[in-house]
Design a protein around this ligand. Structure first.
Ligand code: FE2
Length: 200
């Protein structure tokens, strides 16, 4: 059973209202956790005839297996999203800032490119560390279970589904992205970075 996690960042963010987070965390994120549990329970309870009827066009197993990844990634990406918010957006003094500057040439270049990726993605823009090449990447996902690279560990997950900003910013996604960046707690990102890379 997966449990719904609570985050202090669901209240008091700058520019992103408590009302948005009430819906985003309380209904949508919570919904992913509940659906992940439901899907896993249904997979566990499949009958012999369901396993025998496995089919790539349509089958009960296919439906559950597809939605299993959508629900699981919805849970995980939102937990990172809320887990790294609640700060002042200042990355000074963090190791991950040094790594970002090394990869993108400057902090400003990273912010520009990360923000632009937030404009092209239909679901998520993700700063991730890939152990296979030991580099940082920005990946764009149109859905939770699409656009990820196996083995990569998400460090910053920018949710650009409209539910994340429509109440506060209307269709003004750039202002939402700016607000998101201003609320990042880079010390928390740094902790994630240290955990996955061993860099201290
Ligand atoms: Fe979301």
């Amino acid at each position: 059973m997966h449990e719904v996690k609570e985050f202090s960042s669901t209240k008091g963010l700058k520019g992103i209202s408590d009302k948005t987070n009430e819906i985003h965390h309380g209904k949508l994120y919570t919904g992913y956790v509940n659906k992940r549990n439901e899907v896993e329970e249904k997979l566990g309870g499949l009958a012999q005839e369901d396993w025998k009827a496995a089919n790539q066009v349509f089958s009960k197993l296919r439906g559950l297996k597809h939605e299993e990844t959508f629900a699981a990634n919805g849970m995980i990406l939102h937990e990172i999203f809320y887990g790294i918010l609640g700060g002042d957006g200042n990355p000074e003094g963090t190791k991950v800032k040094e790594a970002i500057e090394k990869e993108w040439g400057s902090w400003e270049a990273f912010v520009t490119q990360f923000s632009a990726c937030g404009m092209v993605a239909r679901g998520w823009a993700i700063l991730a560390y890939d152990p296979s090449d030991k580099k940082l990447h920005i990946y764009c996902a149109d859905a939770q279970n699409q656009g990820g690279v196996w083995g990569s560990v998400p460090l910053v997950t920018l949710d650009v589904y409209e539910h994340a900003y429509m109440i506060d910013f209307g269709a003004d996604r750039p202002s939402y992205i700016k607000a998101f960046l201003e609320n990042i707690d880079w010390k928390k990102v740094d902790e994630r970075w240290e955990r996955v890379t061993g860099n201290k």
